[in-house]
Design a protein around this ligand. Structure first.
Ligand code: ZN
Length: 149
């Protein structure tokens, strides 16, 4: 299953992109990734009819690699937790800006204390969110390249 197919499935039936995002938002927040042991939020639906949702890392992986992907996500739990927290912050529009800023500072400090050197191109918390997710993707790909095929 390709990522493009998953995205098409997730957005099927929507009249336009805005409607698709609005329809997906509450579902994405409600569902966890279907891979066993994965604590990421599901972001992509599959088209098996099982209503499974997959995080971006499992959605892009071969089923035979699922356990190894989960292992990398759990090994880098500080990064994983930062991704989950930053996504929660971006999804909750009811939060006061000072609460968001405090939480964001806490996420950054936790990454720093645990040795993750994240340098976003844009020094906003969305820039951080993007950079943290990219770093996890790099670590997952690195682990897949190292492992025997
Ligand atoms: Zn996952």
């Amino acid at each position: 299953m390709t990522l493009t197919k998953i995205k098409r499935t997730a957005f099927a039936g929507a009249v336009n992109a805005g409607e698709a995002v609005a329809a997906l938002a509450p579902v994405v927040r409600r569902h966890s990734c279907a891979a066993i042991g994965c604590m990421m939020a599901g972001a992509f639906a599959d088209h098996s009819g099982s209503l499974s949702w997959w995080c971006v890392y499992h959605a892009g992986a071969r089923p035979m690699d699922f356990a190894r992907v989960t292992s990398v996500l759990n090994q880098h739990h500080t990064l994983r937790d930062a991704i989950v927290r930053l996504r929660q912050l971006s999804a909750d529009e009811a939060l006061e800006p000072d609460v968001v800023n405090r939480e964001f500072a806490s996420v950054r400090q936790n990454l720093d204390v645990n040795g993750y050197r994240i340098t976003p191109k844009v020094e906003t918390w969305r820039g951080w969110q993007y950079s943290v997710e990219i770093e996890m993707g790099r670590l997952v790909l690195e682990a897949m390249r190292r492992a025997p095929v």
